[in-house]
Ligand binder design. Sequence first.
Ligand SMILES: [Zn+2]
Length: 317
Amino acid sequence: MGNQVGGAFVVYYNNQEIYHSCFRLSNHASVYLAELTAISTALDYVAVNNISQANIISDARSVLLALENPNNLEPHTVALKHKLVNLSGKIQLYWIKAHVGFAGNEKADEYAKQATTQQSIDIATSINIHVVKNLIKRELMVNWQHRWDSSTKGRSVYSLFPKVSTNRVQGDFFLNQLITGHGALAIYQQRFFGKTANCRCGHPIEDIHHIIYVCPLWDSIREKFFPRNFQSVKRELLLFNSISKTGLKEIMCNKLQTPLQELEDEGDVLGGGLVPLWLGRHGCPVSAARFLGVLGGVAVVAWLISFACLSACRYTY
Ligand SMILES: [Zn+2]
């Protein structure tokens, strides 16, 4: 919880809790290590009390998988494997899903949380390469969130995704333009290339709101894919609902096809000659000129992906 890390195990006999143990680890300890230590101390309990048979039920899937993996040579994991070998025949390990109401699991979770509030640290752990990696990742996430909160850039994306996450990559070519505002929208084309911000329908500004909610050019698509009350439905709900999302893609797809014709008519092309470029997605042809115009949207995707590679979330009790 916070930066404090705790772990616990509970002993049940005939469905009655007969013992529990909880401990606080060093603040830099990983959740993996806390979970592993809980199993390890439970094994100590079995050994000290000379228990002939015990079922150890844990929600620490990563630890259980590591125990099964002969190639995992992480020192704490190897030490736990040795303990299990010494108790051979006495222990059965089981995985259980966390936070779904299993009494023993909930109780252990409760004790682990209590342990994090203790003043002193019970188990001091050394810093190894895994811990250092986790500390760096945690710091990166904090810094990333701070930069994301305080930046003046990308506020359209921020309004949809205020919390940074490495588990979220939005990689759709069409939808990203309606998430970021970058791409084929006239307001973006004006900002970056000095073109008109007018929509083809005659409205003076073609921005995200206009495209999604207002422009009469896309009424028939909205009728087909949007809910009747779409005017009162937030952009994020329309963007991530499977049906309205299809409509939004179709709008952007149609938008990209129409200017292509205009570009061909006007000769408004790169280097004086139109270079057709077919993107092999959704069957929409996009000219190289138009493709460059939407690179901003694509770049944001790349940015999100690059952050996805940077760090992973860490969960502490
Ligand atoms: Zn319009």
